[in-house]
Design a protein around this ligand. Structure first.
Ligand SMILES: [Zn+2]
Ligand SMILES: [Zn+2]
Length: 242
């Protein structure tokens, strides 16, 4: 009986120390076959990775290879955007837990997925990674900036430095959810500012965010970066959906 109790205690401790090793990060089921990235075999095999055809500009899935309808009508400031995963209900929930639950160990896996997509799908030459910033007030509420966590993990895997201070959010904007594209653009007008111009001028910047919805946020960041003398901006986000 003693050994049984010990193993229960051991499991409880492991659960606290390494929760990703005992339950799958996506389906949250306990399983024997959790891989080093925290996924059970079933979830690893069915991960909703985005594959071609995608829009060459914004990276969202399309029916036929080329440019999507949105990109045919508007011009984003960034050169190109790529997203790693479809924004399925499971991925939405995972990102939500990552973003609001303070579950920072998830950033290792999410950053790894981004690094894989960067290496396999992007072919971009980048000098520095810049995360989409949160307003200081929101960052204090949340305790961390989810995009900065993703950027740091990604940077470690692909060997590119991260600059968290170059771009700041100077305007406290209401949440974007529920707003249409035009309202989002208005909401974000002059929301971002480049603080460390010398750190980014003339460089190729990789902008990182968690979700690409209408692209308004990353586009507004791109506009501010280009205005400050950045040579080009590429965008990598974890998930996108229509
Ligand atoms: Zn699973
Ligand atoms: Zn597009």
């Amino acid at each position: 009986m003693v050994s049984l109790n010990l193993s229960a205690i051991k499991e409880a401790i492991l659960d606290i120390l390494y929760p990703q090793n005992v339950a799958c990060i996506l389906c949250r089921q306990r399983a024997e076959d959790i891989d080093e990235k925290g996924l059970c075999r079933a979830c690893a095999d069915t991960l909703p990775t985005i594959a071609p055809p995608v829009c060459h500009k914004c990276g969202r899935p399309v029916v036929e290879e080329g440019i999507c309808i949105d990109c045919a009508y508007m011009r984003y400031h960034f050169d190109q955007a790529v997203s790693v995963l479809h924004y399925t209900p499971e991925i939405k929930q995972l990102i939500h837990r990552f973003k609001y639950g303070g579950i920072s160990y998830l950033s290792r896996t999410l950053g790894w997925w981004m690094a894989q997509a960067f290496e396999q799908r992007c072919g971009w030459k980048v000098d520095v990674i810049v995360p989409v910033p949160l307003h200081p007030r929101r960052q204090r509420q949340r305790g961390f900036n989810q995009s900065a966590l993703l950027a740091k993990e990604l940077g470690k895997y692909i060997g590119v430095p991260v600059n968290e201070r170059a771009l700041i959010r100077k305007k406290y904007t209401p949440a974007q959810a529920g707003l249409n594209k035009f309202q989002r653009m208005q909401n974000l007008q002059d929301a971002f500012e480049v603080r460390e111009i010398e750190a980014v001028r003339g460089k190729s910047v990789l902008l990182v965010d968690d979700v690409f919805t209408t692209g308004s946020t990353v586009d507004e960041c791109s506009r501010a970066l280009l205005q400050a003398g950045v040579q080009r901006v590429y965008v990598l986000t974890l998930a996108t959906g229509r």
